[in-house]
Design a protein around this ligand. Sequence first.
Ligand SMILES: Cc1cc2nc3c(=O)[nH]c(=O)nc-3n(C[C@H](O)[C@H](O)[C@H](O)COP(=O)(O)OP(=O)(O)OC[C@H]3O[C@@H](n4cnc5c(N)ncnc54)[C@H](O)[C@@H]3O)c2cc1C
Length: 292
Amino acid sequence: MCLINGKDYNYYLYADLKKYCTFKIGGKAKYVVEVYNIPALINVCYKCKLHNIKYKAIGLGANLLFSDAGFDGVIIVNKASQIMFRKTNVYATSGVVVSNLISKCIEHNLSGLEYLAGIPSTVGGAITNSLGAFNADFANFVEYVVCLDLNNFKIVKLDNSQCQFGYRTSIFKSGNFIILKTKLKLQHLDKAKIKENFLVALNKKISTQPLNYPSAGSVFKRTDVIPAKLIDELGLKGLRTNGASVSTKHAGFIINEGGASSSDVIDLINKIKAKVKKAYQVDLPLEIEIVE
Ligand SMILES: Cc1cc2nc3c(=O)[nH]c(=O)nc-3n(C[C@H](O)[C@H](O)[C@H](O)COP(=O)(O)OP(=O)(O)OC[C@H]3O[C@@H](n4cnc5c(N)ncnc54)[C@H](O)[C@@H]3O)c2cc1C
């Protein structure tokens, strides 16, 4: 693969994946390519496909656990960050960081996304995972998503219903698309009120989640049970495997207290799953994604 470092790309050989995820865990990727605009994102995907190289596009890596063995291919770090405002419509490329988007929306007196304060994500990750908190869902503001269909390398526009948004899921979870950009529809509101909503949401996050430790957020997905509640009831807060432990602040989080490996986290996950299964006959599905 031939890329030139510059304003469109930056690439690194045998790059440490710890730097590209919020868990600060993982081996090395054969290549990491940071892309700074949408044509560069498409070009890297195309070149990988052409040369039959395994690849994966990521945002902040806030929902990922990279394997200790690393990634034998290209991790594409999406930093394509353009935002445009037209009245209550917001056009954003997929590498825009949601916290930056929220700040810009507040400047433009646009309300909706401020309830997602304090959650690490890019727009691409938020759409893929149907990011949400406190009854606010990113998906509710999406009018359409423009993406690259990896089966035929055609650019397609999917409206909200075609995105198949569900609880922490969407059509993009299949890995068959690269999200390029989106149009969001927000609402005008008084700036002071939006800032107040923002601070309430942010304070809730700070008071309930271990944001001072590396993690990938909630490890297990909510189904008809709340995993954190079951884990807490079983007294598993503080359970550990080496540097990985169940947060004492939020039982749904596994934190990296320093030097945790991916296999430490997986070992801890298996211990938790086994104890929950034994006590409640419930299988906890993963919300975090293991990348290998
Ligand atoms: C402290 C903390 C708190 C959290 N709290 C919440 C919460 O309250 N609510 C919640 O929903 N989540 C929460 N999370 C999880 C995480 O923030 C979300 O899942 C987020 O949307 C991940 O975004 P990302 O950009 O980092 O995506 P990544 O983790 O980098 O990627 C996630 C998936 O999206 C895919 N993807 C990313 N960009 C693209 C693209 N352009 N095209 C195609 N596929 C793409 C990746 O391949 C991967 O499969 C939390 C995480 C942390 C660390």
